[in-house]
Design a protein around this ligand. Structure first.
Ligand SMILES: [Zn+2]
Length: 237
């Protein structure tokens, strides 16, 4: 060990002693390689498991029109306040570490699914440029990058672009959300050829009514995509 590395190690140990890094959801100590949320919490978050109730709840969001071939998600958003806390950190604290972890869980879940593994490109649900400038990043893109790295699939953050700023979806019921988001997306100008005949995996942070995913999927299909699947970190069921 060099003197500089030893000094850095001592400085980190002193910092940990003065300002212990604590898990945002259980307040337990974080180990050196953990950020924001401890591994015990991550592993105990409420999961999307294929019970009849959950399958029906997900299908009811997407079965009506067939824009999306398949949807999967990892965590239950409403049932577990710790999941909501992690999503909040992701959106408002610039927590790249949270996005990485969400991406790892999504990748593990969909890696064994043949229907999802036929997707050859990943596209995050885009934010409007104004919103992205305010936030400094697109949280869905951070997750999509992690999924792309883990599954070795190209993530194309500009495959879909948002053409107009919409009001927050939280202001509307399911029908209102569809109207609010209708026509809000387009294929990025440099991707018109690339998209033809390609199956796309859409990535979002949280799926609620599914309106945004369906609108993105319709845009991709109209642009020539041969299929669209979607996966998110969390979902309401
Ligand atoms: Zn914890």
């Amino acid at each position: 060990m060099t003197l500089a590395a030893a000094a850095e190690g001592i400085a980190e140990a002193i910092e940990d002693f003065i300002y212990p890094h604590l898990c945002s959801t259980c307040s337990g100590s974080l180990s050196r390689h953990e950020r924001y949320v401890c591994s015990r919490c991550w592993d105990s978050f409420d999961r999307v498991v294929p019970t009849e109730t959950i399958i029906q709840a997900i299908e009811s969001k997407f079965l009506v029109d067939e824009a999306v071939d398949l949807v999967d998600s990892v965590f239950l958003f409403e049932q577990d306040p710790r999941v909501r806390m992690a999503v909040h950190l992701l959106k408002y604290d610039g927590a790249e570490a949270i996005a990485d972890k969400f991406g790892v869980y999504i990748s593990k879940k969909i890696a064994g699914d043949e229907r999802l593994s036929t997707c050859s490109v990943i596209a995050p649900v885009p934010l409007h440029p104004v919103r992205q400038r305010e936030r400094g990043y697109n949280q869905s893109d951070l997750i999509a990058r992690s999924v792309g790295r883990n599954l070795e699939i190209d993530n194309l953050p500009n495959l879909l672009i948002r053409t107009r700023q919409t009001q927050s979806q939280t202001l509307f019921d399911a029908e209102g959300r569809s109207r609010n988001i209708h026509g809000a997306f387009a294929i990025g100008p440099e991707f018109h050829k690339r998209i033809c005949g390609v199956r796309v995996l859409l990535i979002d942070d949280v799926i609620t009514t599914g309106s945004t995913i369906k609108e993105c999927a319709s845009t991709l299909r109209q642009g020539g995509a041969s299929g669209v699947c979607a996966a998110s970190a969390a979902i309401t069921v």
